[in-house]
Design a protein around this ligand. Structure first.
Ligand code: PLP
Length: 440
């Protein structure tokens, strides 16, 4: 189509670079979530709300490194803090005092968190949380939700990226698809039910609550389509898990940006454990688990009664925690309220374009997050997302890229505090023009 042709013409250097990259990196990139077809856009530079690719195209960054760069690129206050740390070192042999400072900050912001332990990615944080839950309960099964994404650790990946068709019967142990290399027990210990289905939650707890070590849930399905959780659904999870002594893990790797106390503050939830990542590292690799002291203390040293191992050469890295502290300091309630206001403006603008043109599409999201689905169906869970037209999604992403707007290949995104109303309106206009071109 004209959209793909134009994309190819204005991204020749990325196309060329892909040939070189493919020789040494499978698929040409390890960032499979970003624009990948017909070839990845390789980036060379970034500043504030903009990124530049190898061909010199400037685009407004509506993805912000999968929602990790909440203040955009190279925020002066974050850069100054990091520079001062870098001049000392990027990693100490022993621990920097800033680790406890960042932990204090998180405990101060999120009501359910008494203690925190750090690692290097959201995936590792989830791995730790699950290990803690299994150690605490002596059980192995983990309840999750269709379409949930919690990183690429075996026990939480089965069924991800394979949304069941709308009418498919409920399969609590879905087969592992394109997830070769995992041992067979992995599917057995993973129990899945549809997202936003409180009745399914009650049923599964009634049938096997006593066998569930943990239930892990995103307050808003992020990678699965930016679908906000229904309050009753999340409340039911809290109530049912409390009854059976199952550890409730709230995965706030994306949603911590909803409020100073995360999405759990917005919903009035008090999970046992919370997994975090992305924004708390200020743009550097990070993950963290926080929660009730009684559970968290299981990862004390063994000679103090701890039973769960936690290690990592780069855990609580001084550059990461310095950047994280600077980032959270800038992210007070006023900054979050302003950012969420921009999110409302964007979602409304995009929805208005869809309505005006009567195209079969839907905008989802909450706070400063958004997603665009190409389906007529109201989107409440992964089964609804399965009705998305992937070809249209792909063309839409490229149409936006042609007009200077960068989103992921599934058009998911998150805003940054360096954006303003003018920037939001430019994205809406680009979407409107893209729809015109798509429907021409
Ligand atoms: N949990 C959620 C909710 C996520 O969205 C992600 C990543 O997008 C992760 C966990 C995994 O984090 P990471 O990519 O840092 O491993």
């Amino acid at each position: 189509s004209a959209i793909v042709r134009r994309f190819r013409e204005s991204n020749r250097k990325s196309a060329e670079h892909e040939q070189r990259a493919r020789k040494v990196v499978p698929g040409g990139t390890s960032r499979a979530t970003m624009l990948q077809k017909p070839f990845p856009v390789y980036l060379a530079d970034a500043r504030g709300a903009s990124v530049w690719d190898l061909d010199g195209n400037e685009r407004l960054d509506f993805n912000n490194n999968m929602l990790a760069m909440i203040h955009g690129h190279g925020h002066p206050e974050v850069v100054a803090a990091v520079k001062a740390q870098l001049e000392r070192t990027s990693a100490f042999t022993s621990v920097s005092e800033r680790e406890a400072e960042l932990a204090e900050t998180l405990c101060g912001r999120v009501a359910s968190i008494d203690k925190v332990t750090f690692d290097n990615s959201g995936t590792e944080a989830v791995m730790m949380a699950i290990r803690l839950a299994r150690a605490y309960t002596g059980r192995t099964r983990i309840l999750r939700f269709e379409g949930g994404y919690h990183g690429f650790y075996d026990p939480v990946i089965t069924g991800s990226f394979s949304n069941p068709p709308v009418d498919a019967p409920h399969d609590p142990h879905p087969p592992v698809r394109d997830m070769a290399g995992m041992p067979p027990g992995v599917t057995e210990d993973a129990v899945l039910v549809p997202y936003n289905d409180a009745e399914a939650v009650r049923r599964v707890f009634r049938e096997q609550g006593e066998r569930l070590a943990a239930v892990i849930v995103e307050p808003m399905l992020g990678g699965g389509g930016m679908i906000p959780g229904l309050p009753d659904f999340l409340r039911t999870i809290r109530e049912e898990s409390a009854k059976t002594g199952t550890v409730m893990i709230c995965d706030e790797v994306i949603t911590l940006r909803f409020a100073t106390g995360g999405a759990q503050e917005v919903y009035g939830l008090a999970p046992d454990l919370t997994t975090m990542g992305k924004i708390i590292g200020g743009g550097y690799p990070v993950g963290a688990v926080g929660g009730r002291a009684e559970i968290m203390d299981l990862c004390r040293p063994a000679d103090e009664g701890g039973a769960v191992m936690t290690m990592g050469t780069f855990n609580s890295n001084p550059v990461t925690v310095t950047a994280g502290l600077a980032t959270l300091k800038l992210l007070d309630k006023a900054a979050i309220d302003r950012l969420n206001g921009l999110g409302d403006r964007l979602r409304k603008g995009l929805s208005d374009c869809i309505e005006k043109r009567q195209v079969p599409a839907r905008v989802t999201g909450a706070a400063s997050c958004f997603d665009i689905h190409f389906t007529r169906r109201e989107i409440n869970n992964a089964r609804d997302v399965a009705t998305d037209d992937e070809a249209l999604q792909q063309v839409c992403s490229l149409g936006l890229a042609n007009r200077g707007i960068l989103v992921s290949k599934s058009r998911k995104g998150g805003l940054s505090t360096v954006m303003d109303e003018g920037i939001i309106d430019r994205a809406v206009e680009a979407f409107d023009d893209t729809l015109t071109e798509m429907t021409a």
